[in-house]
Design a protein around this ligand. Sequence first.
Ligand SMILES: [Ca+2]
Ligand SMILES: [Ca+2]
Ligand SMILES: [Ca+2]
Length: 153
Amino acid sequence: MATLTKTRDPKIIKSIIKKYDTDGNSKIDVKEFGNLVKDLGYKFTDENVQAFLMLIDTDGSGYIDQEEFITWWSNETFHTDKIIDLITQAAAIFKKFDVDNSKKISRSEFTALAKEVVQLDDSIAQDKLFQQIDQSKDKEIQFAEFCKWLKWF
Ligand SMILES: [Ca+2]
Ligand SMILES: [Ca+2]
Ligand SMILES: [Ca+2]
């Protein structure tokens, strides 16, 4: 597995996606991703699978497209055991504050997060922090942006 995940050959990566993309829409959904990580030998719970999918799905579309897949696949830090725990913990926090379950934290959802997680009550300071975390500048915090901010891994 370790050597397989090092491959950046687009042909091989395409064939892996094709193999697991059972409904043939060129994207990997949560169920297809679950099968993939199971075959890789990861002992993932449903919760782990969902957390990983959220992390890899950087644009928050709910699917892993080819570009997102390559980024994850070729990043070795995403394939270590301790990372699984950390990502799952981070996902639990993220979900708690994503009240409308949109897989993104909006500015209004961020108010509670800033208060509870970093004890930041001032709304201007919250604005600033929100903008800093929202690196894609789409006025939403995706899970990948949230993880970067946490700096746990
Ligand atoms: Ca996506
Ligand atoms: Ca939300
Ligand atoms: Ca964003």
